[in-house]
Design a protein around this ligand. Sequence first.
Ligand code: PLP
Length: 401
Amino acid sequence: MTSEKKLGKSTQAIHAGERQSSPTQKSGIPLLPPIYQNSTFRFTTAAECAEAFRDEESGYVYTRWGNPTQEVLEKKLAVLEAGEAALATASGMGAVSTALLTALADGGHVVAMENLYSATFQILSEELPRFGIETTFVDATDPSQIERAIRPDTKVLYLESPTNPLLKLIDLRASAEIAKAHDMISIIDNTFATPCGQQPITLGIDVVVHSMTKYLSGTGAVIAGAIIGQKAFVTRAKEGALRNFGAVISPFNAWLTLQGITTLPLRFARHCENAVRVAAFLEAHPAVAWVRYPGLPSHPQHELAKHQMDAFGGMITLELKGGRAAGEHLVDRLQRCALAVSLGDVRTLICHPASTTHSHVPAEIRQQIGIADGLVRISVGLEDVEDILADLEQALESCAP
Ligand code: PLP
């Protein structure tokens, strides 16, 4: 049979990692991977149980250590992100924190992109310093700033691209080369791009993390996360920080995420198709000051986007000419698009980062990195694009400055 790595993305999303054997004594293999909704596993002899403790590959012991439903999802994730192995976690932040705790097990210093999801920014700027781990934040869109921030004790380069919410891009190949040259582990949050938009591991990045709450599960039904990378790193994360700090995904959420991932390539293509139409509409609207979308020629890094990304995604950021008041007016007037944080949902979601997702980032830092008070973020959904445009049009009508 063809190696799963060589299959097309849609075939991988549907078939990769799925179990080929029957979980019962009878013939007939469940077409959908079954959900093993149990906390512990039973053994017939003490020797068998001891063996499972000694060699974890030989059996399941306890769901915080591993579970067959989690494992199907993990095999699929590894194939989709072109990694050796993967770990599913209870949330995106469970993945971010587990990856950081694993990479920084012996302490050290971090160089990170200055514009990150706010809880990640808080881990790096508030939580880890309590344990003696410092971070230098840089504008990593300029690789020379990464190079200049490296210290003798720097262990990790932490990135997002496209960033949340400014949709800035980082040259992943160049950044990965810098990290390798200095013996650092490079980690990227690939939530916005998904493996359908870019595969950072193929560009040299060591570790990918995801909030699977977003595009990967896709329906807004779960909170979940993932870590993908080399087997040695993933095993250390699984047997150390994940198991002991406990950010383990529940079998039910793993199963729901598995159902969502099967349609990821199809959904992502439609998110992209709708987003490019919405971005072009917004850019031409007189009430709009500017629009950022990596697929628009007006994006300052459009050339890098074309070079590094396979598709540009469903996220758009804009600012209205009327600033914060107009932005709030826009979200208040929308009828079909939902005022909600989160992203990557089948529904179009719109939010105001300065007062929601990025409200924990100090105001002066928001200003410094460009998260203006009037900024609005749209996660373009899968509705008929004409209906999304009509809703935006009626809401924007009264937003002119
Ligand atoms: N990473 C990014 C880029 C996000 O946007 C988010 C949440 O919005 C997270 C991580 C955290 O994910 P979760 O809410 O699943 O913990």
